[in-house]
Design a protein. Structure first.
Lengths: 240, 372
């Protein structure tokens, strides 16, 4: 038996704050926020917000959904479907039931014919689609040339790499989502030692949460150092 | 203010109220107990600003009045007075202090005026129900051990209580977890608790109420709740507490429902075996259970200390699995299993195991394994 037996932890779920007031606005994402705020006065029927993993696309989509419900007195949230799950046989029903739709992860492998019909229905019959993607639609490579040409003209707004101010606020928000109190010194230490990406911010907070729960220890700089090492170990490939 | 009281009654009351008072306080009056001589008894009140206790005790009031005096010191004094003696308490004496006199002993203590003493009770709480004393003791005992003591996750530093529709039956669910294990206990929903959507009662309040339940003759306890407070009222004692202002996690999502391997064995045999093996596992706290048809082997080993092994008869069919547990967590759970046999259900060595009494479905314990 190992001398360093490790206690595993329950994966207690936490709720992310996804309201408009919870979205952290900075120069890297203000254009995307402005676009959401201008609905329904969009110049084109569809818009695409794209950016790297964890940059807040889903959060913004949620804000969009709330805005549509509020302005149209719609009592429910408008549907948010994964592009990968779109099927040809459901396209018509989706359009009949929803004048607004969120289609997430356009960059994944999709049923291109279904997406083509969905696009045409909303464009020709009237309706709005908010797409999200990690890559701009114009840089995606669809086999269906007609779909490619249509998506090429969808106004696309990039959420750019985060600045330090945003990363610091994001770390605090991510800890707050998990109801964990951390000191400004800890946030500052993470900020000075982290990879500059939204995805890493989420990973490091999740790892700190896991380590602190497993060890039953408060979040200290020493614990953060261990979490950073754990993440580095995870990303290191193995020769054998 | 002047009254005489039996030392035993005074000591019992002070033991309850001083327990609420923190040892160190930045606000001086919080170190004190508020004493008020009423026509028909003496009221003792203490608070730490989150919890407040009030106890009324029989005594002979000579003159009504009120003041506050250091709670721990008063308790220590009364504890050292002769058993069976009468105590006379006077305020103010000739020096403006509180005098405690009994037989040939006399103490004078500094006081702080009652106007500085904070009061957190007094609000009307909308949800009211009565609970049987034994039932309340039982749900506390079967969950309290799993409450987190680590302050970072403040929302786990208490027990979560909520009403739940369980099929036809309505139940009161009481849940506690520290992220390593989870205890979930049900009891029939008391009338009046139907609107209890979910509150987190702090660990300290649970500990204090549990002590009071042992020390009181009342058969029923009146429980009152609001969004941010809970109150437990006995005949002469009222404990009011703020609730933890946090969101309890959706705990049901971590209770597995499809664990396909079931190990069934005697609680007594398992407890004894784990207890013996644990002598060698004190450092890592890890033991390993190895299942095989009709038996289970419990082992532990440490390069410095040695090793231990116990073999037990068990009902088990299926492939052999090696699974590690913290022996303390396992013993904590087994202590609360009242039946003769326990069932441990698991999927594999890294997923949550579910433990319950084979004859009682009112409690479920979830235990995360250790990677050993």
């Amino acid at each position: 038996m190992s001398e360093t037996a490790e206690q595993l932890t329950l994966e207690l779920p936490h709720r992310q704050a996804l309201g408009k007031e919870d979205f952290l606005i900075s120069p890297c994402n203000e254009e995307a926020v402005r676009m959401i705020d201008t609905w329904p006065r969009w110049d084109f029927f569809a818009v695409c917000i794209y950016g790297s993993e964890g940059c807040g696309k889903t959060h913004l989509a949620n804000v969009f959904s709330n805005r549509v419900s509020l302005l149209t007195n719609y009592p429910y949230k408008i549907p948010c479907i994964k592009a990968q799950q779109l099927k040809l046989e459901t396209v018509h029903d989706l359009f009949q039931e929803n004048t607004c739709l969120i289609v997430e992860d356009l960059c994944t492998e999709i049923d291109e014919e279904a997406m083509f019909h969905l696009y045409n229905l909303y464009r020709n019959e009237g309706g709005n689609i908010l797409f999200t993607s990690q890559t701009a639609p114009a840089r995606l490579h669809f086999k269906l040339k007609d779909l490619q040409s249509r998506l090429n003209i969808v106004p696309s707004i990039e959420i750019k790499a985060p600045d330090d101010e945003l990363l610091s606020s994001l770390l605090i928000k991510l800890f707050m989502d998990r109801q964990i109190n951390v000191s400004p010194e800890v946030v500052s230490y993470i900020l000075n030692n982290m990879e500059r990406s939204f995805a890493y911010a989420r990973k490091i907070v999740a790892e700190i949460d896991r380590l602190s729960l497993a060890r039953k220890r408060a979040v200290s700089i020493a614990l953060v150092k261990d979490a950073i090492v754990d993440l580095a170990d995870d990303s290191q490939g193995e020769l054998f | 203010m002047k009254f005489t009281i039996e030392r035993a009654n005074l000591l019992k009351t002070l033991s309850h109220v001083q327990s609420i008072v923190e040892k160190r306080n930045t606000i001086p009056v919080l170190s004190n107990v508020r004493i008020e001589a009423l026509e028909d008894g003496i009221s003792f009140k203490a608070t730490d600003m989150d919890t407040e206790i009030t106890e009324i005790v029989d005594a002979k009031t000579i003159e009504t009045g009120a003041t506050t005096a250091p709670a721990h010191m008063l308790y220590d004094i009364v504890r050292k007075l002769a058993d069976g003696s009468e105590v006379e308490i006077t305020f103010p004496d000739e020096k403006g202090q509180l005098t405690i006199a009994s037989a040939r002993s006399k103490f004078s203590l500094s006081t702080i005026g009652v106007e500085d003493f904070p009061v957190i009770s007094g609000d009307k709480l909308p949800i009211n129900f009565t609970m049987d004393k034994e039932e309340l003791k039982d749900v506390i005992d079967r969950t309290k051990f799993a409450v987190s003591t680590e302050e970072t996750r403040y929302y786990l530093n208490g027990v979560y209580m909520h009403a739940k529709n369980e099929g036809e039956a309505k139940v009161l669910r009481v849940v506690a977890t520290d992220g390593h294990r989870l205890a979930c206990v049900e009891t029939p929903l008391p009338q009046g608790a139907e609107n209890l959507t979910g509150i987190i009662v702090p660990r300290k309040t649970i500990t204090e109420i549990r002590k009071l339940l042992d020390d009181n003759n009342a058969d029923h306890i009146l429980v009152s709740m609001s969004e941010n407070k809970v109150r437990f009222a006995f005949e002469d004692i009222t404990l009011t507490s703020k609730l933890i202002d946090g969101t309890y996690p959706d705990y049901e999502r971590v209770i597995p429902t499809d664990n396909d391997k079931n190990l069934e064995l005697s609680v007594k045999d398992l407890s004894s075996a784990v207890d013996r093996v644990s002598v060698v596992a004190e450092r890592t706290r890890a033991i390993k259970m190895i299942t095989a048809p009709s038996k289970v082997t419990i082992t532990t080993s440490s390069p410095d200390l040695g090793s231990a092994q116990e073999e037990l008869e068990a009902k088990y069919e299926g492939e052999s699995v090696e699974i590690g547990y913290n022996f303390r967590y396992l013993l904590d759970i087994l202590t609360e299993v009242k039946g003769d046999a326990v069932r441990i259900s698991f999927a594999d060595a890294s997923s949550p195991s579910v433990i319950h009494d084979t004859t009682d479905s009112s409690a479920i314990y979830v235990l995360m394994p250790m990677r050993v």
